[in-house]
Design a protein around this ligand. Structure first.
Ligand SMILES: Cc1cc2nc3c(=O)[nH]c(=O)nc-3n(C[C@H](O)[C@H](O)[C@H](O)COP(=O)(O)OP(=O)(O)OC[C@H]3O[C@@H](n4cnc5c(N)ncnc54)[C@H](O)[C@@H]3O)c2cc1C
Ligand SMILES: *[C@@H]1O[C@H](CO)[C@@H](O)[C@H](O)[C@H]1NC(C)=O
Ligand SMILES: *[C@@H]1O[C@H](CO)[C@@H](O)[C@H](O)[C@H]1NC(C)=O
Ligand SMILES: *[C@@H]1O[C@H](CO)[C@@H](O)[C@H](O)[C@H]1NC(C)=O
Length: 585
């Protein structure tokens, strides 16, 4: 009976949102046919591509084309409802990749071949439309990049509006995810263990805190809603969707344009100034290799004429996480019935608040493991305010039954995340067919030091759950005692290792497959201006250029990269004022 109620209520939300969208967005802002020539062609309308398209088209004389393989985000009401993020995975709005079979992880994944499931957005807004909206900058040389974080930001958290690390008034809303009271227990547990409550996007990253999230008035704030939509009626910007780029047109080592397929027809479009790849950490290396830019032998094996021999698709980094599922006796988190109750639905529709406006990922902490020698952290916790519901990972039914009593029990999951794993992965082509998915090999736990760090972090997480704030709600974690690891001693290193090899999965942060480096760095693909080495008029601007994965979730840094790249491309310094303000305080 309860389940029927849940479905009905979610249905009500969805219908309401569809009606809302229909009345608000009935003007078509995308184009069906493109001009033959633009100044800039941006490939991929994801986190980075939407920002770039909005910024480059601020110059009214500059003609910009944005090409996106997926459709418009307004077609799926779940995208704008924060708590529904997981309902967008494994749909037509998700590329739905899976990795190559893994040697040291993924043992509990569906299919029995140790293949991890990798969701990625195939829609205007890209992965920003199926991500969990957590806003984390990571550790940077703030002198260089802070002004660009500030440029984007519209800080809504009262205590932080006047911090010199933040700013109100930019396009991207930032708020605190405090809907579920369990976030406070998490912060208090941190304090009991000697950690302070911090603004991890400010002076000090190490410590515990409520998550900062990109949500505005209860709706997902993504680069498409915050940056692209407000720019889409400009005459000098064209956005074409459901258009799959198959190849960059390169003549005499100069990028001239791209080919794309739309409605089963192949089109060519040309760029007077530049082609910019923003197709993400999987798409950008894939398109480069299809165009003859990549590892020479690999391309030769696939009969792709080599234009430039570069380590494209190599050096991939990603965050991997394990977790501890906990049961609690008090109703302080997210359950299906609580999210879909009539009061929750009304609260959301009337005020944009309540359980539906939460990302579920309510707690964030950064810390150092015993081997960490850097100034910045190498480990992270996230508190998910629910037991991992069935979509969160991709476990086979048998494994799931061992772990989770049922999806409606009050519980939580404490995620333990490696920020700088030593194991690196690759993206390679399987064939020269542009519609074939590439081979994704993240190589998790190839290096034993990663396993050792994860075991240590799991033990640290158990300490968190043994603090008073958690024992007060009767938190217990006996679900770690999975049958598949019962040949080991419960909670021994061997047991934790067995659990990790079965259940650890991606935190969805692949980067560095077209990494940036100095001119003479043989392990890099683009130079510090993000230009592809050896090819003129071709840049990459997205998460793939990060030299290493950042010390935290990757969306905010990707936006910062796009903001900075837009200035480099336009040849302007749009953040002079913000830089001055920063230096003077
Ligand atoms: C499930 C999930 C949860 C996440 N949670 C968080 C989080 O809470 N916080 C956080 O900071 N980060 C999170 N991330 C990571 C973050 O969303 C990504 O790092 C970021 O979106 C990457 O941006 P991008 O521009 O590099 O790529 P994307 O946003 O993936 O954009 C690439 C775009 O290019 C398009 N494209 C690809 N190939 C082609 C082609 N051949 N032709 C035309 N278009 C093409 C794609 O359809 C897509 O729209 C999460 C990611 C996922 C997938
Ligand atoms: C939104 O998610 C619900 C499940 O929570 C699903 O039933 C519904 O079909 C989804 N809507 C769309 C437009 O995909
Ligand atoms: C497309 O071409 C038309 C006709 O030449 C021109 O008026 C328009 O400005 C062009 N639009 C863009 C975005 O380049
Ligand atoms: C371990 O779990 C299996 C089920 O997977 C069960 O058959 C077996 O009896 C268990 N062994 C012990 C020692 O508990």
């Amino acid at each position: 009976m309860e389940l029927t109620g849940v479905k009905l209520s979610i249905f009500v939300v969805v219908v309401a949102f569809i009606l809302y969208r229909y009345t608000v967005k009935n003007t078509k802002l995308t184009v069906d046919t493109v001009n033959s020539t633009y100044d800039y062609i941006i490939v991929g309308g994801g986190s980075a591509g939407c920002v770039l398209a909005a910024r480059l088209s601020e110059d009214t004389e500059t003609r910009v084309l944005l090409i996106e393989a997926g459709g418009e985000e307004t077609e799926n009401a779940n995208i704008s409802i924060p708590v529904q993020a997981l309902a967008v995975w494994k749909t037509q709005w998700d590329w739905g990749y899976s990795t190559t079979p893994q040697k040291n992880s993924g043992f509990a994944q569906i299919g029995g071949e140790n293949r991890h499931f990798w969701p990625r957005g195939k829609v205007l807004g890209g992965s920003n439309n199926l991500n969990l909206m957590n806003y984390v900058r990571g550790s940077w040389g703030y002198q260089d990049v802070l002004p660009y974080f500030l440029k984007s930001e519209d800080m809504q958290i009262d205590d932080l509006k006047n911090s010199k690390y933040h700013r109100a008034g930019g396009p991207l809303a930032v708020m605190k995810d405090t809907e579920f009271p369990i976030w406070k227990r998490f912060v208090d547990a941190g304090k009991e263990l000697g950690y302070s409550e911090v603004d991890f996007n400010g002076e000090e990253q190490i410590g515990f805190a409520a998550s900062q999230i990109n949500v505005r008035d209860g709706s997902r704030a993504s680069t498409v809603s915050a940056f692209l939509r407000p720019a889409m009626s400009r005459d000098n910007l064209h956005v074409v969707v459901n258009a799959h780029v198959t190849k960059i047109i390169i003549e005499s080592k100069v990028a001239r344009g791209v080919y794309f397929v739309k409605d089963n027809k192949k089109h060519a479009v040309y760029a007077d100034r530049e082609v910019i790849l923003s197709a993400g950490a999987i798409g950008s290396p894939q398109i480069l290799m299809l165009s003859g830019v990549g590892p020479q032998t690999h391309l030769e094996n696939l009969n792709i004429p080599v234009i430039m021999d570069l380590p494209v698709g190599q050096n991939m980094e990603d965050h991997v996480y394990s977790f501890i599922p906990g049961i609690m006796s008090s109703p302080e988190g997210l359950t299906g019935p609580r999210a879909a109750s009539l009061s929750s639905v009304s609260q959301y529709l009337l005020f944009g608040s309540g359980p539906l406006s939460s990302t579920g990922l309510v707690g964030t902490a950064f810390l150092k493991s015993s081997k960490c020698k850097t100034k910045y952290p190498d480990s992270q916790f996230h508190l998910f305010a629910s037991l991992p519901i069935k979509e969160l990972a991709h476990y086979s039914v048998k494994q799931k039954n061992g772990l989770f009593p049922n999806e409606w029990t009050d519980g939580f999951a404490l995620l333990t995340i490696l920020l700088h794993p030593a194991s690196k992965g690759t993206i390679m082509l399987k064939s020269n067919d542009p519609f074939d998915y590439p081979a994704i090999d993240p190589n998790y736990f190839e290096k034993d030091e990663d396993m050792q760090q994860m075991i240590e972090l799991m033990k640290k997480a158990l300490e968190v759950l043994k603090t008073k704030p958690f024992t007060d709600i009767g938190s217990h974690f006996n679900r770690l005692n999975v049958p598949v690891c019962n040949h080991t001693k419960y909670l021994s290193d061997e047991h934790l290792k067995c659990f990790i090899r079965h259940f650890a999965v991606t935190l969805y942060h692949p980067t560095s497959t077209c990494r940036m480096g100095s001119r003479d760095d043989p392990n890099s693909v683009v130079d510090p201006q993000l230009r592809v080495k050896g090819i003129r008029n071709l840049r990459v601007v997205d998460a793939s250029v990060m030299p290493h994965v950042t010390s935290g979730n990757t969306n905010a840094p990707t936006i910062m990269i796009a903001e900075k790249a837009a200035d480099m491309i336009r040849g302007i310094d749009s953040v002079e004022e913000l830089r001055k303000r920063w230096k003077e305080t």
